[in-house]
Design a binder for this molecule. Sequence first.
Ligand code: HEM
Length: 150
Amino acid sequence: MKALSIVVSLLLSLAVHAEPTKHATTKKSLFERLGGQPAITAVVDSFVNTTAVNPKVNFFRDGKYKGLDVVHLKKQVTAFIVQATGGPSEYKGRDMKTAHVGMKITAAEFGAIAGDLAATLDKFKVPKAEKDELMAIAASTQKDIVEVAK
Ligand code: HEM
């Protein structure tokens, strides 16, 4: 009887442990599916170059940020996306609310920057599933970034 209960608990413990392992090996993170650090770095480089000159975004807020270190900004945005997509936790910048407070960013400007991101993902031929997931991550920052609801 004792031997049987040992066998039963061994089998149960195997069943309990087998399931998560199987999932962990089959479901890759969005970070991996996008192509990891090099692919995300390339996408952010192109995206920031595009959106920085889009008047509908007004990234430099009428010149208030004209001295901005764009190379550093690209590194920060890359680290933010790497972390948000399940890559190594390396973002050490400010949270989105603190980083954009007082910029009076409108919903329309946010829509324009989201459009630039979508167009960049299309340019890099990112498949629909991964594009949709990344766009959802970007959309989740809207409540912290937009200060003017027009
Ligand atoms: C119209 C929309 C946006 C505008 C105009 C904008 C503008 C800016 C500016 C000017 C900075 C530099 C702030 C500073 O150095 O003090 C900044 C920082 C940053 N932005 Fe945005 N941004 C927008 C949307 C977004 C979105 C959608 C994301 C991410 C999904 C994002 C991620 C970041 C990050 C990670 C930083 C760096 C923060 C840090 O280094 O502490 N921004 N943004």
